[in-house]
Write a protein that binds this ligand. Structure first.
Ligand code: LMR
Length: 398
């Protein structure tokens, strides 16, 4: 039976990670997968995470099952982090939350929930969007369409085109939005634009499905959730997929949460039963360890503050790298404009170069990035930025 299966090409992001590992050139630079790195090029376990992990292990007395909805303390903490410590939504009975295996798991739970509610629903994703949004959302049978988002001429959001497209959508369309640190472009909506978007969503009765995978890595924990909070304070319904991979550095532990804002408490109760039933059918229960660590950190003011200050350091480092990379590229490539890199937020930016040049950078200069020229800024180091800029200049000339 299995002999008829076709061999599939490698995943565009994970395939690059594997190729990088087999490259033994000392100058190699991995700007592919979205993983934070420090000035030594490693992805250390955050100090707050290590301390919480030891406390969790010390206290843990059993490995018995938790529940399909996961750890309640974690889910409550995720709600407060998303909506803000003083928001009524943090405690509201209109909201339910379910722990998920990573942000990916949360996205898939949300997609399955939409499919259960409206089987022929269409989800609209930005052009471009994170490559894995496509299989995650359409894999359960939802239709996927696109709306314009990135303007390569400005390096910002093509806001008018986006609004024009969304204005035409039928009611009950689902709009996948990135809360901040847009993946892959680094181009985010401004506060006033979130306000205009809210008006449109109210007028057209659209449902926001918000992917928040980089909270704290753009402008800060609260600033990165501002648009999401504006929408959720005013709309009757919303779905939020949260990931703790990047801001807690818990990548391999698979920690995420699906938060659903409902019209009322009865609807929230029903949604929760749907979500736990979907979880049970997909993976039964989420892994516990990473969520227990996050609950431990966010459950203590001291540990919470320690984690935030580490996250602040990471964000500041990315900002420094953005400035340094923009400057180095301006010097190495005086005929090109890479100034958008400094203006953008989060881990990613597009270089805006062709797939051929991307390939040249990989094969001749050992600089790895996805084919669309997305670079993980956090993968740079101040020491290798001159090499990176010289490699880009050489690849553009060759
Ligand atoms: C990325 O965009 O590189 C990350 O979110 C990792 C992944 O799973 O694709």
């Amino acid at each position: 039976m299995l002999e008829h299966l076709d061999r599939l090409p490698p995943d565009p992001i994970l395939g690059l990670m594997a190729a990088y590992r087999t490259d033994d050139d000392a100058r190699k630079i991995d700007l592919g997968v979205g993983v934070y790195r420090d000035d030594q090029g490693s992805t250390p376990i955050m100090r707050a995470v290590r301390a919480a992990e030891l406390a969790v292990l010390e206290r843990q007395t059993t490995k018995t099952y938790v529940a399909p909805a996961g750890n309640p303390a974690f889910n409550d903490a995720m709600r407060r982090l998303a909506f803000g410590a003083h928001s009524a939504l943090g405690e509201s009975d209109r909201v339910c939350a379910v722990q998920a295996p990573g942000g990916c798991g949360a996205l898939r739970l949300g997609a399955e929930l939409i499919r259960a509610a409206v089987p022929d629903a269409t989800v609209y994703v930005s052009t471009p969007t994170w490559a894995n949004h496509v299989p995650l959302l359409s894999g359960c049978g939802l239709k996927l369409e696109r709306y314009p988002y990135y303007d390569p001429t400005t390096g910002g959001v093509a806001f008018e085109a986006m609004m024009r497209a969304l204005e035409k959508l039928p009611p009950r369309s689902v709009i996948l939005l990135h809360a901040s640190c847009h993946n892959p472009t680094g181009a985010d909506l401004e506060a006033a634009q979130w306000g205009e978007l809210l008006g449109l969503m109210q007028r057209r009765a659209l449902l926001p499905f918000i992917d928040m995978a980089y909270q704290g890595l753009g402008d800060g924990i609260d600033a990165d959730a501002e648009g999401l909070r504006l929408l959720c304070a005013a709309l009757p319904e919303a779905l939020i997929a949260v990931s703790c991979s990047k801001n807690f550095g818990l990548y391999r532990e698979r920690v995420g949460c699906l938060i659903a804002l409902n019209q009322n408490a009865a609807a929230a109760g029903a949604t929760l039963t749907q979500l736990t039933c979907i979880a049970r059918g997909l993976y039964s229960m989420p892994p516990d360890h990473g969520a227990a660590i996050v609950a431990e950190i966010l459950g203590s003011d001291t540990q919470h503050a320690a984690w935030r200050s580490e996250l602040d350091e990471m964000r500041a480092r990315i900002a420094r790298l953005r400035v340094a990379a923009t400057r180095a590229l301006a010097e190495a490539c005086p005929d090109e404009d890479f100034s958008h890199i400094q203006r953008q937020r989060g881990m990613f930016s597009y270089l805006g170069i062709s797939p051929q040049i991307v390939q040249r950078l990989r094969e001749r200069h050992h600089v790895y990035m996805t084919e669309d020229s997305r670079v993980n800024i956090a993968g740079l180091r101040l020491q290798n930025i001159p090499y990176f800029a010289a490699a880009v200049a050489a690849a553009l000339r060759q």
